[in-house]
Design a binder for this molecule. Sequence first.
Ligand code: ADP
Ligand code: MG
Length: 515
Amino acid sequence: MNEKIVKLPEAVINQIAAGEVVENPASIVKELIENSLDAGSSRISIEIVSGGQQLIRIEDDGCGMSAGDALLCLERHATSKIRSIDDLQTLSTMGFRGEALAAISSVSHFEIKTSNGIGTRILAEGGKVITVEPCARNRGTTIEVRSLFYNVPARKKFQKSPSSNAAQVSRVVETIALAHPEVIFSLNGRSFSSTDTKGRVEEILGPHEHEVSAKGITGFVAAPNKAMATRMAQYVFINRRPIFSPLISKAVKLGFGTRISEHMYPRFVLFLEISPDSVDVNVHPQKKEARFKDEGKIFNLVQRAVESAFAPMPTFSEPVSFSEPTSYSFEETFPTLPFKALDVELDLGFQDRLLTVVGSYLLLEKDGLIFVDLRAAHARVLFESLKHKKGASQALIWPLEIALARGEEEKAEKLNELGIECRVLKRTLVVDALPSFLDATHFPDFFASWKVEKKIEKIATRFCRSVKKRFSMEEASVLWRQLQKCQDQTYDPLGNPIWVKVKEEEIWSLFASKN
Ligand code: ADP
Ligand code: MG
């Protein structure tokens, strides 16, 4: 008996191999989810107890297996995914080694229930098949892994705490779920069900405000003030496989430019589509670091893609300046007004500092910044002037004539009740005077809406909203002054706010860092 060499039994071989393939619950969950994805599942639910050491259960609605395949899948190097080494070139599945189930089942109490139409249940312990029997199950597969490492005490001893294992499992599920919005995942009742990438990213990681969209690179980056002190919130996928890449992390950071402080790591999720021959996708199951053929090129592409995710800052063509008016020349400003303002008493002792007009918004300073929606202000002013007929109608130099349709004559007379001085001559409406804040050029539009709408609050609001124009500073200040005389100065007649106040703290919080 000089021979010392023995051929190891299959079960021992599998247990040794298991050390490489399955390190901990998270790596098991990863293998099992990948199998479910390869099986074409649209729903995958995962449950773990005690961080996975007590139980890992994964259920899918994929293609399932026949009884024969279900038995074979527990054997080492048994796979349906490749037939020859050449198949590796065109591999579209996540697995291909045929090792995971053999390894997992060799270090646990293992149960598989699977159906491809006909259900099979198999129980195995430490890699030994104990029971094979028919069972009832819809198409798909359920795998339960209990008492993990019960027969490998050394490995069991080195397992992390249940909470830390649970955290790792979550990370695995979240990461895979980010890249597969077409599949609904659930983990211990928490479910990821958004079906588009943006929704999926936000449901798992929270808001990521800036979209990255370049050739071969898509994804999202979070606002710079959400950056973290570690790379924990950085997710990179190459052809939908999660990878780790300090190179890409650095490129993204450079893409943030001076928007982020030096020692912080931005949050992002990036998906790269790269032809398999320009990247080593690293087929070793545990190594996730990618190697690129042309690192410089990838670096630049990523950096530029992230740069362009930030909308360019608006450029101001000229410095904004407005000094408080000391006198008004109405002859000059009158022609530009969208309304007649001759009755406006101007009190030029401004207390509010009117700063500028942007489109139809006035910005003014009054214990903070106030944005005034000038169209809403106009609606309020016009509404009150119509309602109270206090418009002290302004005579038109040239009476306005509007053709009436048959039967409109009597109705047209009623315009007088709104302070619009008018007469009907045959089939023509002749307007002699209009209230302030309703000008002759826009009157035909006003008349058109008045014909179909009774309520003056609606007429005034809709009409003022429909007037498309940029306001001048003069128009804005007349409106603002006039608004002060209205019964309500805060809402337009339909209840929309006329102005909003932005407190200094709120402005501050828009810029302030959250870290
Ligand atoms: P690999 O995934 O590398 O092929 P595994 O040991 O993970 O090896 O799985 C072995 C085989 O079992 C797979 O090739 C597949 O045919 C089958 N299988 C595993 N899990 C599932 C599942 N959830 N649904 C259908 N078939 C599965
Ligand atoms: Mg597999």
